[in-house]
Design a protein around this ligand. Structure first.
Ligand SMILES: [Fe+2]
Length: 225
């Protein structure tokens, strides 16, 4: 049984960047729908007592698609912030080293989002050897399935932005950039220094946003009997 991750802000917290109506549909219908569908698919199966990350690793077809979408959306909500933030000094230095500058990363990130054909996701990830890379994933695909550690993600399925931006995906991506939760991204970067994301121990720190999302995901390890 997989649980729906709590939204880390109120439905109207991101306005005007993302409207309350979009959040209500996106979280209340789409994300919730993936959780419900996944639970329906895994009921009484080998996946029923597995963690979300284990299901993603071991499944394919409809189970994989729904499980990955559950994770991707949980990560997306945590990648967003209502107020402006900035990367930590350590993450900033890493971005400067791997992309040239934050502005260069922004340019490449927006380009990756605009050029992704169809529905999908644009991620900043770190590779197993530590290099930061941009990654486009189509449909439900997720970096967790390819041994990459996500730092932040933007959902570029039309359901994420169409009500607010119509077909102007680039405008949505530009606004997304101004609302990245760099505190969360910094946690994601600094807490995965040893190339461990899946299986990291629960942090149990209510003041630490990355711990909170990890714990939410880890809590899904709970065996429901
Ligand atoms: Fe979505």
């Amino acid at each position: 049984m997989i649980e729906l991750t709590k939204l880390p802000f109120t439905h109207d917290a991101l306005e005007p960047f993302i409207s309350k109506e979009t959040i209500e549909y996106h979280y209340g219908k789409h994300h919730t729908g993936y959780v419900n569908k996944l639970n329906e698919l895994i009921k009484d199966s080998e996946f029923d007592k597995m963690s979300l990350s284990a299901i993603i690793r071991d499944s394919d077809g409809a189970v994989f698609n729904n499980a990955a979408q559950v994770f991707n959306h949980s990560f997306y909500w945590n990648s967003l912030a209502s107020s402006k933030s900035k990367p930590s000094k350590k993450l900033q230095e890493k971005i400067d080293n791997d992309f040239g500058s934050l502005d260069k990363l922004r340019e490449e990130f927006i380009k990756a989002g605009v050029t992704l054909f169809g529905s999908g996701w644009v991620w900043l990830c770190r590779e197993p050897k530590g290099m930061l890379v941009l990654k486009q994933t189509s449909n439900a695909h997720t970096p967790l399935a390819s041994n990459l550690i996500p730092i932040f993600v933007c959902d570029v399925w039309e359901h994420a932005y169409y009500l607010d931006y119509k077909n102007l995906r680039q405008k949505y991506l530009e606004e997304f950039w101004e609302h990245i939760n760099w505190e969360f991204a910094t946690q994601a970067y600094e807490k995965t220094d040893n190339n461990v994301f899946i299986g990291i121990e629960p942090c149990n720190d209510i003041h630490d946003p990355f711990c909170q999302v990890l714990d939410e995901l880890q809590n899904q390890d709970r065996v429901t009997s």
